[in-house]
Design a protein around this ligand. Structure first.
Ligand SMILES: Cc1cc2nc3c(=O)[nH]c(=O)nc-3n(C[C@H](O)[C@H](O)[C@H](O)COP(=O)(O)O)c2cc1C
Length: 258
């Protein structure tokens, strides 16, 4: 009650609710069973709601590097599709760097990105299916290029489900991280009609090549995977109806050194 009075006096706190809970708590202590159950329910609700808020929190990624140790010529020369990965976590800065290479914003005023886009309409979406990344809980995260941040959309390791949806390709199960490119076609077809479909497919190719080259430059590896069941991937990632998965790219440390 002292707390209630303190908050009321100094913060003009809307206390009818708080007061109500405190009264209920004392009722519960006195052993009125229905009220006790209600208090337990409220406590669960508070935890549940807080959990939801945390789950939706944006995680800012480390500033991406713009200078690296391998030249673009060397990365192009060395690049290879790799399907076997070591069972080792990626660092947060490696995650940051590959996401940036794929779709990062390189010109803030106009929002231009690392990969070209017809009419700068940016129809691609990018998700990180995290299995093992230092400091990041397993889950599905959406990438927000403007903020260079990720936000968890689904909790838990989804690699096994993704592996099944991609016709049991083991690279997906093995890699600590799987990138999933998606597209909202209407963003481009609204302006370019049918031709927009072709543009979207070209764009995902540009972005995927960036991931290949960045992975190579970081001494990581990847493979572009187009063989998977669309509806299953869409279900696993809980994609909206108008968003289609286009490419899966497992990323990790190659089993045999490259
Ligand atoms: C559109 C497309 C779809 C692909 N789908 C798969 C796939 O489902 N699984 C896979 O292991 N590799 C896939 N690849 C990778 C190719 O197999 C690979 O690029 C090819 O064997 C040449 O090897 P390289 O990339 O090392 O030069 C795909 C590549 C492209 C361009």
């Amino acid at each position: 009650m002292i707390i209630v009075l303190f908050l009321q006096t100094f913060f003009k706190f809307p206390l009818s609710m708080l007061d109500y809970f405190i009264r209920m708590y004392f009722h519960a202590k006195m052993g009125v069973p229905a009220v006790k159950e209600l208090v337990i329910l409220m406590v669960f609700l508070v935890f549940f709601l807080e959990g939801t808020v945390w789950a939706q929190e944006r995680i800012s990624l480390p500033q991406p590097k713009t200078v690296g140790e391998m030249s673009v010529e060397e990365a192009i020369f060395r690049r290879r599709s790799v399907r076997a990965f070591r069972d080792e976590a990626l660092t947060l800065s490696e995650l940051s760097q590959v996401l940036f290479a794929a779709q990062g914003v390189t010109e803030k005023t106009r929002g231009f990105r690392t990969a070209p886009s017809a009419g700068a309409l940016y129809p691609l979406g990018l998700y990180a299916v995290v299995g093992k990344v230092e400091g990041i809980a397993p889950g599905v995260y959406r990438y927000y290029p403007e903020e260079h941040a990720i936000e968890r959309v689904i909790e838990g390791d989804k690699r096994m489900e993704l592996f099944r949806s991609a016709l049991y390709q083991e690279s997906i199960q093995e890699a600590p991280l799987v990138l999933v490119f998606t597209a909202i076609y209407e963003r481009t077809t609204r302006r370019y009609g049918e031709r927009g479909i072709r543009y979207v497919h070209m764009e995902v190719g540009h972005a995927a090549q960036n991931v290949y080259l960045e992975a190579q430059a970081l001494r990581l590896a990847t493979v572009a995977i187009g063989a998977f069941r669309d509806e299953e991937v869409a279900r696993i990632l809980q994609l909206p109806q108008n968003e289609m998965p286009l490419y899966l790219m497992p990323v990790g440390k190659p089993k045999s050194g490259r």
